[in-house]
Ligand binder design. Structure first.
Ligand SMILES: Cc1cc2nc3c(=O)[nH]c(=O)nc-3n(C[C@H](O)[C@H](O)[C@H](O)COP(=O)(O)OP(=O)(O)OC[C@H]3O[C@@H](n4cnc5c(N)ncnc54)[C@H](O)[C@@H]3O)c2cc1C
Length: 381
């Protein structure tokens, strides 16, 4: 139905992958029918997916000014955090006490992270370089002889632990230092979400690099350096354990969330059931795979729905989960692709490439080309 106003006010809460992809998709699909405002606490968008390469000498992750992006896209920007939503009144309330009216609200505030294993180094996406740098120095100096890389649960980002394990093993080999690398994952096979072809190729590469992989396993660490791998109850003694945080949904009062892990349910068009004109995309949703490419596809589907709501002449397309990723292995990159059915990839494929442009590590229809062009984009003063 057409709004009586000439423009539909769209509030996007978040300043990450899903939020920016949605802003770009709305510009493409709804044009002047929407007035978009971005509500985010961060002044910059940081491309954290490439942070795994920094300790190994890759180019540092770039940060992009949200103000510059907002100016370029001619959208509003409010530097603040969403606190709660009054869905009946269509008002979003911020931490600083602002009340922002909307015709459509897109929630894209990402997930909350919690350390998963006591005594382990839990990777902080904003400090990976610093955290891994010390570890690599200790490996090179001969102070660390064994490292376990642990994926704590399937509610985590799938790629970075594999990348760090592969690149660390390669670095130790280049330096001619002895290092035992173990990888522990609850997945049935390495990167099982990407399907059989990817798991087989990755399994072979892990083997080539001498990495012992325990699949379908979880671990606990009751004391430093001693891992108990379940269900086999294997005891492993290691010098260092590196793991990822576990992810949980955000706390936004007024928005229903899953009782066990706080993630927000959406339909395939990004609509939050039972809350009119509220949509969600990205890591905060209950879609089982937390991945930037998926966040972008969800953002595109939500943008379609919002564009149609604003009166654009389009048929909103539901999200079709095609999982694409680049696994950085040091000397090369594996381009991974799978169509997702349930939580496993089918029609899985893998192609070996040289390490590609960092801005394409997250496969996002609008955001990836936009960031590649960013320097040449005309900025509206
Ligand atoms: C080390 C690492 C490597 C990765 N590698 C890859 C990869 O190679 N490929 C890939 O596809 N994915 C990768 N991922 C996963 C990918 O980064 C995430 O899936 C993706 O960033 C999710 O996007 P999002 O927009 O949902 O959340 P985020 O990108 O986390 O953005 C959330 C945004 O919301 C903002 N925010 C938080 N709270 C509020 C609030 N209350 N109000 C308003 N704004 C708020 C935050 O400041 C942030 O701007 C990787 C992740 C990590 C950590």
């Amino acid at each position: 139905m057409h709004s009586e106003k000439s423009q539909t006010d769209v509030l996007i809460a978040g300043g990450g992958v899903a939020a920016l992809e949605a802003a770009l998709a709305l510009r493409a699909r709804a044009g002047e029918l929407v007035q978009v405002t971005l509500l985010a606490p961060n002044a910059e968008f940081s491309y954290r997916a490439v942070r795994v390469g920094e300790p190994f000498g890759h180019r540092a992750a770039r940060s992009y000014s949200l103000e510059r992006i907002a100016n370029d896209l001619r959208i509003g920007l409010v530097e603040d955090s969403l606190k709660w939503v009054d869905a009946d009144a269509r008002v979003a309330h911020t931490e600083n006490g602002l009340a922002l009216r909307y015709d459509a609200l897109l929630l894209a505030v990402g997930s909350r992270t919690y350390p998963s294993i006591k005594h382990a180094v839990t990777l902080d996406p904003s400090r990976i370089d610093e955290q891994m740098h010390g570890v690599l120095q200790d490996v090179e100096g001969g102070y660390i002889h064994s490292i376990a890389f642990v994926i704590p649960s399937t509610q985590s980002w799938p790629l970075p632990i594999y990348e760090l394990a592969l690149m660390t093993a390669a670095r130790a080999y280049e330096m001619s230092v002895d290092l035992t690398v173990t990888l522990i994952t609850p997945e049935d096979a390495p990167l099982a979400v990407f399907g059989t072809a990817v798991s087989q190729e990755l399994g072979a590469l892990l083997g080539e690099r001498g990495i012992t992989t325990h699949t379908a396993s979880r671990c606990v660490m009751r004391e430093p350096h001693r891992l108990t791998v379940q269900p086999a109850n294997n005891q492993i003694t290691v010098d260092q354990v590196i793991t990822l945080p576990e992810l949980y949904g955000p706390s936004v009062a007024g928005i229903p969330r899953n009782a066990t892990n706080g993630f927000i349910t959406t339909d395939r068009h990004g609509q939050v059931p039972g809350v009119e004109r509220v949509f969600a995309a990205g890591d905060l949703t209950d879609f089982p795979i937390k991945h930037g490419g998926i966040a972008a596809q969800q953002a595109d589907a939500a943008a379609d729905s919002i564009a149609a709501l604003a009166g654009a002449d389009i048929e909103p397309q539901p999200m079709v989960a095609v999982l694409r990723g680049q696994l950085w292995c040091g000397d090369r990159s594996l381009d991974l692709q799978a169509r997702v059915t349930g939580i496993h990839g089918s029609t899985s494929s893998v192609v070996t490439e040289p390490v590609a442009k960092p801005e394409t590590k997250i496969d996002a229809r609008y955001l990836s080309p936009y960031l590649q062009e960013f320097e040449t984009v005309a900025i509206t003063p």
